[in-house]
Design a protein around this ligand. Structure first.
Ligand code: SAM
Length: 260
């Protein structure tokens, strides 16, 4: 193994991941922008529009959202904004869960300046391992989102099983994650870039080579699209025909599952 990360004991991965995200929490946006040339913002925007979630006029009750590995709140605030702007939904609730309290603290600090900080208690932040979600009851959520989080799980299948458990029947699982480029030429360029340039940029911009190196490794080790789709089905979800969508040649992908 090149950098030692693959040799890490499974039980130590959690600690390693904690360390990585604690060290990047405050420069998290900078890191994302650097890595993806800002494209992650477009991907997130597309993910939120594709989900198109919100309480429809005439619906009997608001929705309960859960954003896991929600870190700094990007996806959570984006979903709430979409629901309100498009459907005038000011009632649906949002729980942001992340294993790392430093990332959540960033998210909570950002939350203070949003319009959802209205004393209504609609938005909650919870330190929670996505592999167990012990504070989230069975069948209690309508939409489970996870963006750039699940590849950091020690046990991805356990995370998917938990997603299935906490969703109500009819609930939607939606994941945005780095994935695999299948065009060999583009993949060649992408690998060359990510393998050599990213850790260097991490060093120069954030003075943090190791965290960037971890990111490159974690992306490599994440299962390819079809395999990940199979894991979602194994958790019990129905995956529709268009159950995954490649973004930017598969550099990232959206996976969807429905709890029937
Ligand atoms: N979703 C946010 C976004 O798209 O900007 C944050 C993504 S960040 C790359 C990954 C997040 O996953 C970190 O905040 C990290 O703490 C969290 N994470 C890693 N392992 C986790 C786990 N087992 N359970 C919950 N969150 C986890």
């Amino acid at each position: 193994t090149h950098f030692g990360f693959k040799t890490v004991d499974k039980n130590d991965k959690e600690k390693l991941v904690k360390g990585v995200f604690s060290s990047v929490a405050s420069k998290y946006d900078l890191m994302n922008d650097t890595m993806s040339f800002g494209v992650h913002r477009l991907w997130k925007h597309h993910f939120i529009n594709r989900l198109d979630a919100g309480m429809r006029p005439g619906a009997s009750r608001p929705l309960d959202f859960l954003d896991v590995a929600g870190g700094t709140g990007d996806i959570a605030f984006g979903l709430l904004d979409h629901a309100e702007t498009k459907y005038n939904d000011r009632l649906s609730t949002m729980t942001v869960a992340d294993i790392n309290s430093d990332m959540l603290t960033e998210g909570e600090a950002r939350f203070q300046n949003t319009r959802w900080n209205d004393g209504s208690d609609r938005v909650k932040f919870m330190v929670q391992n996505g592999e167990t979600l012990e504070q989230i009851p069975d069948n209690s959520k309508d939409v489970y989102t996870i963006a750039f989080g699940i590849r950091n799980f020690t046990d991805i299948q356990a995370g998917l099983d938990q997603a299935y458990r906490v969703l109500r029947p009819g609930g939607i699982f939606a994941c945005l994650e780095f994935s695999h480029v299948d065009n060999p030429l583009i993949n060649y360029a992408y690998q060359a870039y990510s393998f050599s340039m990213l850790p260097l940029m991490g060093q120069l911009i954030a003075n943090d080579r190791d965290s960037y190196q971890y990111l490159v490794e974690s992306i490599r080790n994440f299962p390819p699209q079809e395999e990940f789709k199979g894991m979602i089905e194994k958790a019990g979800f129905f995956v529709p025909d268009n159950g995954y969508e490649n973004l930017t040649f598969g550099v990232a992908a959206i996976h969807i599952g429905v709890k029937l």
